[in-house]
Design a protein around this ligand. Structure first.
Ligand code: GLC
Length: 651
């Protein structure tokens, strides 16, 4: 297998356009989908081998190969019995449902699944591939270092850092015997109401395109190394542009916007050799053109005509969690429309037996042509062969079972330093000085949960206590380490504390974790931060105005209107969701060796109903904004527009 490495990005950025690999002008103006330079030269020997294997498979074996159950709902013996091609662990699934399962236990489960797949009665054994959501490090595994979520990494504006994070994440994942990661998310986040805003790198499609290539390269390496994993470009396409930011909702972009904006990350991912694409729950309705493509999972136009035929993607397309049930006429256990549209592997976590039975019936009844099944299985085998699974078991990796391979403290600490953004620093409130007595207040100051956000040990990132993480440091712990424990006093709510006894007050404000639609701020509710978390505003009122500088640090999965909080603070840091390494945040709060370098990758709203970068939005801090010690600037008092009870439509 030869991989043509092309460096497209200088061209892309030079063109100053959303995305324009070496393609006709069409892609530059959105008049057509680009044609891409395919990363892999055709491998006739591999294709012939695949064809021979497929020709020798029964229908049941082919459908089993296309089926992806969740590890909670399938045993190793059933993997063998039903010829299963893949498993996943959804958020909150661990070996034996033990949240504290160690790396060796993860690797042992992988071995059991692998051995089962290799003991079937098939003419040619096909190894199983296990997929996982390692979306900010190997976030399922207790003891793994968790990196900042994508919204913070976007503020770093550092593709080289992203590639290194990809390498480290791949090692973490290989330590557990897993070889497929459902990342990068390539959403171009448009509406702050969206609960998955923090999984988007930026509202700037050019940054998304840069990071897409970087993370695919970091995760996949050359695909065959024992520290490489298969990456996933997701969620194809337009997940970040849904109406009112409703998760799994309807994206109403024009075709030109879809081509130049939401498609941005996919072109660079495909040219970087990404092997899998995950379809989006969302739907696309090009209202302007009167063309409703419907749910992406049922759209042959997008999954086959655009992604596979026009863009030339020759890897596999995987559906999202039970997403096929959202296609008209389908259930979570049967959807010929989705298979015919171009879904190759179906993520059917629980109802996989029924799915296999129903899909065999669909083929036998002619509702799915055998040619489509053979194409899907061919793509699955191609990905498995390219990634070396036919040559080496997942356990044949120097990282397999090694607890130290899931730790990446220094890299994550560097990423935290680069991902936080200084929005205000009046009268030199920052840096904190060693030897000063500091009061630290706020629940989030000592909460690895709020610090890491969703997709952390559990799906929602909830139901965790600090001890569950087994690595990392809260900001409070980091400040005690760096300022000296005797110089730091902590009070969750500042009740009964005489603030004037301290040189500075650090207030750590934070959303509580959420993932996916659980994080949506449903229209027409205002998306003002204090409207959703009034206690944080009350805490600021309790400690500000006492003649002691107040430094506020905000953990949040989205930029949200916070002028009321900012006005009560002398310094204000947007820390987003920094992950397990609170030391990185303390590094920049103390300054000296480290300065703030982070710059917003989303515009920061200046009113309670501003949802993104829509016409009429009030922008308080533009995308690209970020202060530093080296470039001080006075922010002063910000306007406090009234907060309506309900917002007017913006989309
Ligand atoms: C979720 C998410 C997707 C994730 C998948 C498996 O619903 O939409 O990003 O990869 O299910 O956990």
């Amino acid at each position: 297998m030869t991989f043509r490495k092309t460096k497209l990005l200088p061209l892309l950025l030079l063109a100053g356009c959303a995305v324009a690999p070496m393609t006709p002008a069409a892609a530059l103006d959105g008049s057509n989908w680009p044609t891409l330079q395919q990363p892999y030269a055709p491998d006739a020997a591999m294709e012939a081998r695949i064809a021979r294997i497929v020709a020798g498979m029964t229908l049941a074996q082919k459908i089993g190969q296309m089926t992806q159950p969740d590890v909670r709902y399938i045993t190793a013996d059933e993997v063998a019995q039903y010829y299963i091609g893949s498993v996943l662990n959804g958020g909150g699934a661990w070996p034996d449902m033990n949240k504290h399962a160690n790396v060796a236990e993860w690797a042992a489960l992988s071995d059991r699944y692998h051995d089962a797949a290799m003991r079937t009665d098939m003419a040619v054994q096909i190894p199983l591939i296990w997929g996982t959501d390692a979306v900010h490090g190997h976030n399922n595994v207790s003891g793994a270092t968790l990196f900042p979520h994508n919204i913070g990494l976007g503020a770093a504006h550092d593709p080289e850092l992203i590639e290194r994070i990809g390498r480290a994440t791949a090692r973490q994942v290989r330590a557990t015997g897993i070889t497929w990661v459902f990342a990068p998310t390539l959403a171009v986040g448009e509406n702050r109401r969206w609960g998955r805003t923090y999984e988007s790198y930026s509202s700037d499609s050019r940054l998304v395109a840069e990071y897409s290539e970087a993370l695919v390269r970091g995760l996949q390496g050359d695909l065959t190394g024992d520290g490489d994993v298969v990456a996933t470009a997701k969620h194809f396409m337009g997940d970040g542009g849904t109406f009112n930011g409703q998760d799994q909702g309807e994206t109403r972009s024009t075709r030109a916007q879809m081509i130049t904006r939401h498609g941005a990350g996919y072109y660079t991912a495909i040219e970087a050799g990404v092997q899998t694409v995950m379809a989006s729950y969302s739907s696309w309705n090009d209202v302007a053109a009167g063309h409703d493509y419907g749910k992406i999972h049922g759209s042959r136009e997008l999954l086959t005509d655009v992604l596979k035929a026009r863009l030339g993607f020759d890897g596999l397309v995987v559906s999202d969690w039970n997403a096929i049930e959202q296609v008209s006429g389908c259930t979570k256990a049967q959807c010929p429309q989705a298979v015919n549209a171009g879904i190759d592997m179906i993520m059917v976590p629980e109802d996989w037996k029924a799915f296999i039975q129903n899909t065999i019936a669909d083929v036998e009844a002619g509702r799915i042509p055998m040619s489509r099944i053979d194409d899907a299985v061919t793509r699955i085998l191609r990905v498995k062969m390219r990634s070396g699974l036919f040559d080496r078991a997942p356990s044949e990796s120097r990282y397999n079972g090694r607890a130290d391979a899931v730790v990446a403290t220094d890299l994550a600490r560097e990423a935290v330093r680069k991902s936080v953004v200084l929005l205000k620093n009046d009268d030199g409130a920052l840096p904190l000085a060693r030897g000063q007595k500091v009061l630290v207040v706020g629940d989030s100051a000592d909460s690895l949960s709020n610090q890491t956000g969703g997709w952390s040990l559990t799906w929602q990132g909830t139901e965790n206590v600090n001890g569950d993480f087994a690595t990392g440091s809260t900001l409070l712990e980091a400040l005690k380490t760096q300022l000296g424990a005797d110089n730091v006093v902590y009070s969750r709510d500042a009740v009964g504390v005489d603030v004037t006894q301290f040189a500075k007050v650090v207030v750590v404000l934070g959303e509580t974790p959420y993932a996916e639609y659980h994080g949506d701020v449903r229209f027409p509710a205002p998306i003002q931060y204090s409207h959703r978390r009034p206690n944080d505003l009350a805490l600021l009122h309790a400690v500000s105005g006492k003649g002691v500088p107040v430094v506020s640090v905000l953990y949040s999965g989205r930029p949200a209107y916070a002028n009321d909080l900012i006005n009560l603070s002398d310094a204000f840091v947007a820390a987003f969701l920094p992950g397990t390494e609170g030391e990185g945040l303390a590094d920049v709060l103390l300054g000296g060796r480290y300065d703030f370098t982070g710059r917003l990758s989303f515009a920061w709203p200046g009113s309670a109903c501003s949802t993104g970068e829509h016409a009429g939005d009030v922008v308080q801090f533009a995308r690209g904004f970020g202060l530093s010690y080296a470039r001080p600037s006075t922010t002063g008092n910000l306007p406090l527009p009234t907060t309506p009870g309900a917002c007017d439509p913006v989309d």
